[in-house]
Ligand binder design. Structure first.
Ligand SMILES: C[S@@+](CC[C@H](N)C(=O)[O-])C[C@H]1O[C@@H](n2cnc3c(N)ncnc32)[C@H](O)[C@@H]1O
Length: 97
């Protein structure tokens, strides 16, 4: 498990589980997570909901959405995961022109 700097996810797990349970283990589910930050909730989704080998998630985060990010370099991260058991494709795109 990676080291995360903050936990914005754990207290939401009961809600996510209730809302997303119907997708657990389903084939060909495509998820888009807006606001993935360090990937804590992404990993939870992959381990608990997007468990079918054909499930897929795309993630994006601007790091602009929270006050605590104001001093960070403005960067967008887009990652695409086909399966938690295979290497993910990750692209980092700087917003700096
Ligand atoms: C409370 S954090 C949650 C992070 C992550 N989902 C987790 O549970 O660990 C919200 C994140 O959403 C991002 N965010 C807010 N608005 C966004 C937007 N319009 N597009 C992309 N990311 C956004 C923020 O930069 C922040 O990293």
């Amino acid at each position: 498990m990676p080291n995360f700097s903050v936990d914005w996810h754990s207290h939401n797990i009961p809600h996510w589980r209730r809302i997303l349970e119907r997708y657990r283990g389903q084939p060909k589910v495509r998820a888009l997570e807006i606001g993935s930050f360090e990937g804590r909730s992404t990993i939870w989704l992959l381990e608990n909901i997007l468990t079918h080998e054909t499930a897929h998630i795309d993630c994006i985060d601007t790091f602009k959405g929270s006050v605590e990010h104001e001093r960070m370099v403005s960067t967008s991260i887009i990652c695409s995961v086909d399966s938690w058991t295979t290497p993910s494709r990750t692209r980092r795109r700087s917003n700096a022109s």
